[in-house]
Every structure is written in C-alpha cells, then in structure tokens.
Design a binder for this molecule. Structure first.
Ligand SMILES: Cc1cc2nc3c(=O)[nH]c(=O)nc-3n(C[C@H](O)[C@H](O)[C@H](O)COP(=O)(O)OP(=O)(O)OC[C@H]3O[C@@H](n4cnc5c(N)ncnc54)[C@H](O)[C@@H]3O)c2cc1C
Length: 287
C-alpha cells in the first residue's frame, strides 16, 4: 500500500511527489502524458531559467529529478477509476493500486463538448457520472459518449440500470469492444430537446434517447471527484480548503484542476503546499 498516489506528472503532481518523498513517505506518481506543457515550445516566465525552455524539457527534467530522489513515477498509464473506501483503490488501464491518500493533479478540467445544445442541456439529461445519475434513467434509453477505456468503465456502471444502451463515438474509432450494442461513429451535430434532452442528431440520422452520459477521452480530476462525492464547482474545478483538501478525507487536489491562475509557478506552489498538508494528515492518522 502506498502512502500517497499522485494522479498527474505535471508541475503540481511532481512537486508534491518530491516533497512527499523527502518526508519519507511511500509515494507513486501516475501520468498518462506530459499534460498541458506537451506542446509548449517557449516558456520564459518560470523562475530560474535564463533562456526559454520547452515544456518537454521542463517535464522530463522534473520527472528525472523526482526519480533521482526515489519517487516511483509510472508514465504512459491512465487512471480510470478511484474508489474512496477505508483507503483508496485506484484502477488504471494497466494495473490496480491501493493508497492511504490521493492527490489529484490532472491539470485543467474536461473540455466542453462543442456540439449545439450541449451547454443548454447539461444537467437536463446530460450527465458526467453513471454512478451518480444512472439510477434516474433505469430501464430508459441511455446514450453513452466515448470511445475508449473510460467509456468502457462507465458502460459497466450503466448496464446495471438499463439494457437499452447506445454508444456514440463522435467521430472517433472505437478502441474497446462493446458486444451486442449499437455503436454510432458519426460526429454529433446537435443534442436535441428544449427543456430536456430528447435525442442526438448526427449527419445521417436522429437517435431518440432519454439521457446522454459523457465519458469521452481520459477521466479528469473532476470526473474522479464527482464519482467519489467530492465537491466540484460549475466550472469543473475541484473545491479544496486552504490545505488543498477536498471534502473527502485523504483526497487532495492541486494545480490547474482547482482553478485560479493557470501557470506553472502556481501549480508548483499548490503541489508543495498540498504535500505539507498530506504529510500532516498521514501523521495524524498514525499518532
Ligand atoms: C499551450 C500552453 C502554453 C503554456 N505556457 C505557459 C508558460 O509559458 N508559462 C506558464 O507558467 N504556464 C504556461 N501554461 C500553463 C501551464 O502549462 C499549466 O498551468 C501547468 O502545466 C499546470 O500544471 P498541472 O500540474 O496542474 O497540470 P498539467 O501540467 O496539465 O499536468 C497534468 C498531468 O496529469 C496527467 N493526467 C491527466 N489525467 C490523467 C489520468 N486520468 N491518468 C493519469 N494521468 C493523468 C497528465 O498526463 C499530466 O501528467 C501553458 C499552457 C498551455 C496549454
């Protein structure tokens, strides 16, 4: 069992991990890629570098620094689910982990679906959490948007509530098998309905549904938070207190995913402060 599992290998997650390691805690970082800095070629406002550096250089150097100090960093692995029980059970696309505490540092929240009707109907038949809202649509026709392993996880949840499911990949190639279900791969053009979602329109047809669950791409911090019952604001930012703690004991969040200034310096500061708070939390549990 790890003391802390950090989801995200960006400036917030890696800084936290370095501090946590130096507190002699058993810490692991899981990162699916280089995050917001993947494509950044010119950083010149972050302290300590005389000449501009690339995002790749900064992230790779941060990971190497953490590893040198003894942090376990797992790259190219995607966290799919986190269950908050007595401790935390974390499932990725490759393995399962158990930790006493979790720091969410997955960067900025999910992008909005750029489809007509999405904003107006969010919360009115459009949901981001099967385990939260699936029961509301038991035995109804449910649409599920996504094409990968996150969608497959959500599908397993929704199957508990109805057999009448239809998958929309919104133009993406389906990456998982979904036997015996209708799969629509055309891009979505419009989400239909005035007061409440009634259907989905694609280039070649209209599909009446009672609800659409969104599980596209990779789950973000807010997806994890919502499923665990942690507070998330309407901008999909995780709500934390002054100690970077969510309302779930042992669950912390830092960096872009909690909102505020979207900058490396702020993410680094969040990570350091969250690490101090997590250390205090874990020590209080053992004393
Ligand atoms: C194009 C661009 C240019 C920028 N330029 C600057 C700049 O010049 N100066 C500056 O200060 N800031 C800049 N920023 C902002 C800066 O990149 C962010 O504020 C900072 O990276 C936030 O750090 P973070 O650790 O919160 O998140 P990120 O750096 O986004 O890291 C998120 C981490 O979470 C991981 N992750 C996400 N979901 C999962 C999952 N389900 N499972 C596993 N891992 C997951 C990602 O792989 C990544 O490792 C720029 C941002 C962009 C997009």
């Amino acid at each position: 069992m790890y003391d802390v599992l950090v989801v995200g290998g960006g400036p917030a997650g890696m800084t936290a991990a370095i501090y946590l390691q130096r507190f002699k805690l058993n810490v692991i970082v899981i990162a699916k890629d280089h995050g917001a800095l993947s494509t950044t070629t010119h950083i010149e406002n972050y302290y300590g570098f005389e000449h501009p550096i690339t995002g790749k250089e900064l992230i790779e150097s941060g990971i190497a620094q953490a590893r040198r100090l003894g942090v376990t960093v797992i790259e190219d692995e995607e966290v799919l689910t986190i269950n908050a029980l007595e401790t935390f059970d974390i499932k990725t696309n490759k393995a399962e982990y158990n930790a006493k505490s979790v720091l969410l540092a997955t960067g900025m929240g999910r992008p909005n679906l750029r489809v007509k009707g999405f904003t107006a109907l969010s919360g009115k038949g459009i949901s981001f959490c099967g385990i939260c809202d699936g029961f509301l649509y038991r035995n109804k026709k449910i649409g599920l948007l996504g094409a990968g392993e996150f969608m497959a996880e959500e599908l397993e949840v929704l199957k508990n509530f109805t057999d009448d499911l239809i998958i929309f990949t919104n133009g993406e190639t389906l990456k998982v098998s979904v036997s015996n279900l209708q799969v629509v791969t055309e891009p979505l053009i419009e989400l239909l309905g005035t007061d409440y979602l009634t259907g989905v329109k694609t280039k070649n047809g209209e599909y009446p549904i009672d609800a659409l669950f969104i599980a596209a791409g990779t789950p973000s911090a807010s997806d994890f938070a919502v499923r665990m019952g942690a507070f998330v604001n309407p901008k999909s930012e995780i709500e934390v207190d002054a100690s970077f703690s969510t309302n779930i004991p042992g669950l912390y969040a830092a960096g872009d995913c909690i909102g505020g200034l979207w900058q490396i310096s702020k993410a680094v500061g969040d990570g350091a402060n969250a690490a101090l708070a997590i250390n205090k939390y874990l020590k209080s549990k053992t004393s």
